[in-house]
Design a protein around this ligand. Structure first.
Ligand SMILES: CC(C)(COP(=O)(O)OP(=O)(O)OC[C@H]1O[C@@H](n2cnc3c(N)ncnc32)[C@H](O)[C@@H]1OP(=O)(O)O)[C@@H](O)C(=O)NCCC(=O)NCCS
Length: 196
């Protein structure tokens, strides 16, 4: 059910995503100087607790390149987040096209990952609020989803803070994780664009 997508404009090449700003944050294109900081957070067990594993420097760099390319090629992506005058890179927040096999895909997901020392300051909420506004008012999406392992309560708290809604009937087993994997059970949250 791809009812919330405009696949021709959103899944394929259009134009680079714009820079977004909030009171405290800059959501921008990725820079080479982000890579070592991104590798450090991807190697942190606290940040990666609800993922199958931490990432090596090589894996982290490959991911940064992929995210950077998505942001260059589409009108959206997972933006690198900076706190101007305070710190050059704290992680990513943004939108990602998902087309793995599932009842709610293809879809556009809102997602986030911040370095541990930047948790608990409202940065993810502030960035995500701006991304929701961009997704609904500029991209005119009808719906955003977010999903995470059932164990990831912190991420779910952020979804709730964004007023995303959860119907247990939407919960699913992530097809990219093996049967019996402790992180396989996922919750799905949705946010409708009420102006559509
Ligand atoms: C999920 C994640 C982004 C949440 O980060 P976060 O900092 O807890 O989220 P928020 O930006 O909403 O911040 C909320 C916290 O900041 C506090 N806060 C402080 N100043 C604030 C402000 N100005 N505005 C809002 N909240 C503020 C809130 O009270 C809240 O504190 P609490 O954790 O004690 O409840 C972070 O835990 C993370 O990167 N996790 C690892 C990656 C991950 O799991 N990603 C999702 C996978 S699907």
């Amino acid at each position: 059910m791809a009812y919330h997508l405009k696949p021709t404009t959103l899944a394929f090449k259009t134009m680079p995503a714009p820079t977004l700003t909030t009171n405290r944050l800059l959501l921008r294109a990725w820079k080479e100087s982000d890579y070592p900081l991104f590798a450090k957070m991807n190697a942190d067990k606290r940040v990666m607790e609800h993922f199958p594993s931490t990432l090596s420097t090589k894996e982290s760099s490959a991911l940064a390149t992929k995210l950077s390319e998505e942001l260059e090629e589409k009108e959206y992506g997972l933006w690198a987040v900076e706190v101007p005058d305070i710190t050059s890179f704290i992680g990513f927040v943004g939108l990602h096209y998902q087309d793995f096999e599932g009842p709610f895909t293809p879809c556009i997901e809102i997602g986030w990952r911040l370095a541990f020392e930047h948790w608990g300051k409202g940065y993810a909420f502030e960035a995500a609020t701006k991304v929701v506004d961009y997704a609904f008012s500029k991209l005119k999406l009808r719906e955003l989803v977010s999903f995470t392992a059932k164990t990831n309560k912190r991420s779910q708290k952020l979804m709730q803070r964004l007023k995303m809604t959860h119907d247990p009937a939407d919960d699913f087993e992530h097809p990219k994780l093996a049967l019996g994997h402790p992180l396989r059970s996922h919750v799905l949250y949705r946010l409708k664009n009420h102006s559509k």
